[in-house]
Ligand binder design. Structure first.
Ligand SMILES: *[C@@H]1O[C@H](CO)[C@@H](O)[C@H](O)[C@H]1NC(C)=O
Ligand SMILES: *[C@@H]1O[C@H](CO)[C@@H](O)[C@H](O)[C@H]1NC(C)=O
Ligand SMILES: *[C@@H]1O[C@H](CO)[C@@H](O)[C@H](O)[C@H]1NC(C)=O
Ligand SMILES: *[C@@H]1O[C@H](CO)[C@@H](O)[C@H](O)[C@H]1NC(C)=O
Ligand SMILES: *[C@@H]1O[C@H](CO)[C@@H](O)[C@H](O)[C@H]1NC(C)=O
Ligand SMILES: *[C@@H]1O[C@H](CO)[C@@H](O)[C@H](O)[C@H]1NC(C)=O
Ligand SMILES: *[C@@H]1O[C@H](CO)[C@@H](O)[C@H](O)[C@H]1NC(C)=O
Ligand SMILES: CC(=O)N[C@H]1CO[C@H](CO)[C@@H](O)[C@@H]1O
Length: 434
C-alpha cells in the first residue's frame, strides 16, 4: 500500500549506524503515501488504548506486564487486518519514567505493527505527560518510524501535541490534493497529567489541564470548514481523543442499557475531561468538574459529518452511545448526532483486570453515504464481543449483553508498590449542577 523499500531491504545486512539512519531518514514513504480504502471498499481501524507500558521498570512485575501487552497486540492483529492502527492514549505510564529513557517503551509497542508493515496514528493521554515524559518526547520517538503518521498541526503553547487530521482516499491512484478524501480522521490531545520537567515552589509536579484546548477547538472548526469549502462537500469523519467528554458522563448517569449500548459499564461514574479542575482554571482539589470541555463538545457535535468520537481512559467502560439530544446536567443539545464510544483496555499496565482487547472500526464507502460505521471488540482470547452497527437505529436496536469477564493472569497480582491507582471517583458538586 505504501512503499516500504527500506524495511524490505534486509536491514540485517546493514551495519547498525546505517540501519538507524535508514530507519530515521530513508523514505518517509508512509508519511507521503496517503491512507486509502481497500479494493473491496472497506477501511478498518484497530484501536489500542491504555497500554500503560513502562510501569515499575525496576522490578519483575512491570516488564512482565509489557510482555503481556505486546502479546495482546499480536493476538488481536493475528485476527484482524486493519488499514490503520490507532494508539488512543496512555501509551506509557509516565509517572514511572526516567528522563533518560522514558520513551523507549514506544519501540516495544510498535514492534508488532512494524512486523506487519502496518501504519499507525496516536493520541496522547494524561499518563503520557509527566515530569519525565511528554507528548513532544513521544512524538520525537515516533518520528524514527516512517510507519508513524502521528504529527502536530496546532502550535499554541497550551495546545498539547497530538492534534492533527489524516485524510483517507478512494484508492492509491489518488495523491494528496489530487482527489477528494472519502473520510477524515481527527486526532485530539486531551492533555492532563503533569508538565514536563516543571516543579512548583514546593517541589511538586505541575498539573496540566485535562481537556482539549480552545486553540485546538478553533483549529478544528476552521480546518473542517476550510475542507468543506475546498472540496465543496462535507467529508464524513471519525475522531479520537483519550479522555471522554462530559457528555459521556451525563449519558451514563441516565443509565447505560446493557442491550442497547452493549459493553462493560463498571467505571461509574466515569472520569471526563475537566475533572478535578475549577471553572476559573485552578486545580487545588476543591472542584470536581470545571466545564472546560464544553467548547470541544460543541465543536464535535456542531461540525457536520462527525460519525463518532472514540476515547479510552476509563478502563472499565466499553460501550458506545448515540448522543442525539440534550442530556440532563448539560446546557446544550448536540447540533448533529455523534456516537460516543469507549474502546477496550488493551494493556496489562494500568488499573483493572477486564479482559484485554481492542476496538475495531469498519468503515465502508457505502456506509459513509449514511454516516454509518460498524464496530466490535476483539479480545485477546480471540473472541468478539459488542459487535454493533452505529447506524440510524443504534440506541434502539437490541444486541446481546456483553459479559463482564476478567483476564486470568498469573503475573497480574501485585501488592508491593503498585502504581495502579484508579481514577478518583467523580461527583458533580452542588454549585456545578445545571
Ligand atoms: C523525513 O522526515 C524527517 C522528519 O519529519 C525530515 O527531517 C526529513 O528531511 C525527511 N526526509 C525525506 C527524504 O523527506
Ligand atoms: C475508487 O477506487 C476503485 C478501485 O479501488 C475504482 O474502481 C473506482 O473507480 C474509484 N472511484 C473513484 C470515484 O475514483
Ligand atoms: C530505564 O532506566 C531505568 C533507570 O536507569 C532502568 O531501571 C530501566 O530498566 C530502564 N528501562 C529501559 C526500558 O531501558
Ligand atoms: C526523572 O528521571 C530522573 C533521572 O532518571 C530520576 O532521577 C527521577 O527520579 C525522575 N523523576 C520523577 C519525578 O519521576
Ligand atoms: C442497524 O443495524 C442493526 C444491526 O445490524 C439492524 O438490525 C438495523 O436494522 C439497522 N438499522 C438501520 C436503520 O439500518
Ligand atoms: C456470557 O455468559 C453466559 C453465562 O455464563 C454464557 O452462557 C454466554 O455464552 C456468554 N456469552 C458470550 C458471548 O461469551
Ligand atoms: C489474584 O488475585 C485474585 C483476587 O484477589 C485471586 O482470586 C487470584 O487467585 C489471584 N491469582 C494469583 C495467581 O495469585
Ligand atoms: C450531579 C447531578 O447529576 N445532578 C443532576 C443531573 O440531572 C439529574 C436529572 O435532572 C438530577 O437528578 C441530578 O441531580
Amino acid at each position: 500500500m505504501y512503499s516500504l523499500v527500506f524495511v524490505g531491504l534486509a536491514l540485517v545486512t546493514l551495519p547498525v549506524g546505517v540501519m538507524t539512519l535508514a530507519k530515521r531518514y530513508a523514505i518517509n514513504s508512509s508519511q507521503s503515501a496517503p491512507l486509502v480504502f481497500n479494493e473491496d471498499g472497506t477501511f478498518q481501524i484497530s484501536i489500542f488504548e491504555d497500554l500503560h507500558f513502562g510501569e515499575n521498570a525496576w522490578d519483575q512485575w512491570g516488564p512482565q506486564q509489557d510482555i503481556n501487552s505486546v502479546k495482546v497486540i499480536n493476538q488481536v492483529l493475528d485476527k484482524e487486518s486493519p488499514e490503520l492502527v490507532v494508539l488512543n492514549g496512555d501509551l506509557i505510564t509516565g509517572e514511572n519514567g526516567f528522563l533518560e529513557n522514558s520513551t523507549v517503551y514506544l519501540d516495544q509497542i510498535v514492534q508488532p505493527l512494524v512486523d506487519r508493515q502496518l501504519t499507525w496514528a496516536s493520541t496522547y493521554g494524561n499518563h503520557d505527560y509527566d515530569f519525565n515524559i511528554s507528548g513532544e518526547a513521544i512524538l520525537a520517538r515516533e518520528r524514527q518510524y516512517v510507519q508513524s503518521r502521528t504529527t502536530k498541526m496546532v502550535y499554541g503553547q497550551h495546545a498539547g501535541t497530538s492534534n492533527y487530521y489524516l485524510p483517507v482516499y478512494n484508492s492509491s491512484a489518488c495523491t494528496y490534493g489530487g482527489c477528494t478524501p472519502l473520510l477524515l480522521l481527527w486526532f485530539f490531545d486531551s492533555r492532563g497529567g503533569f508538565l514536563y520537567q516543571q516543579k512548583d515552589a514546593e517541589g511538586q509536579r505541575v498539573g496540566q489541564p485535562n481537556w482539549v484546548d480552545t486553540s485546538v477547538v478553533d483549529w478544528f472548526v476552521q480546518s473542517s470548514a476550510q475542507l468543506t469549502e475546498t472540496y465543496n462537500k462535507v467529508i464524513p469523519s471519525l475522531a479520537f481523543v483519550h479522555i471522554p467528554t462530559f457528555a459521556s458522563y451525563a449519558f451514563q448517569r441516565e443509565g447505560v442499557d446493557p442491550r442497547l449500548e452493549p459493553g462493560v459499564n463498571d467505571d461509574e461514574p466515569l472520569a471526563p475531561q475537566a475533572q478535578g479542575w475549577c471553572a476559573d482554571g485552578t486545580n487545588d482539589g476543591s472542584c470536581e468538574y470545571g466545564g472546560q470541555d464544553v467548547p470541544f463538545m460543541e465543536a464535535i457535535s456542531g461540525v457536520p459529518g462527525v460519525i463518532a468520537l472514540f476515547s479510552g481512559h476509563d478502563h472499565g467502560d466499553t460501550w458506545c452511545t448515540k448522543w442525539d439530544s440534550r442530556l440532563p446536567n448539560m446546557t446544550f443539545a448536540p447540533e448533529h448526532k455523534v456516537n460516543l464510544c469507549f474502546g477496550q483496555h488493551s494493556g496489562y499496565g494500568g488499573y483493572g483486570n477486564w479482559e484485554r482487547g481492542s476496538r475495531q472500526v469498519l468503515v465502508t464507502k457505502e456506509g459513509l453515504t449514511r454516516l454509518e460505521v460498524d464496530t466490535w471488540i476483539r479480545l485477546e482470547s480471540g473472541n468478539i464481543i459488542g459487535s454493533v452497527s452505529l447506524n440510524g437505529t443504534y440506541g434502539e436496536d437490541e444486541y446481546p449483553k456483553t459479559n463482564d469477564t476478567m483476564t486470568h493472569c498469573p503475573t497480574c497480582n501485585y501488592t508491593a508498590t503498585s502504581v495502579r491507582t484508579k481514577h478518583k471517583p467523580f461527583r458533580i458538586p452542588e454549585e456545578n449542577k445545571k
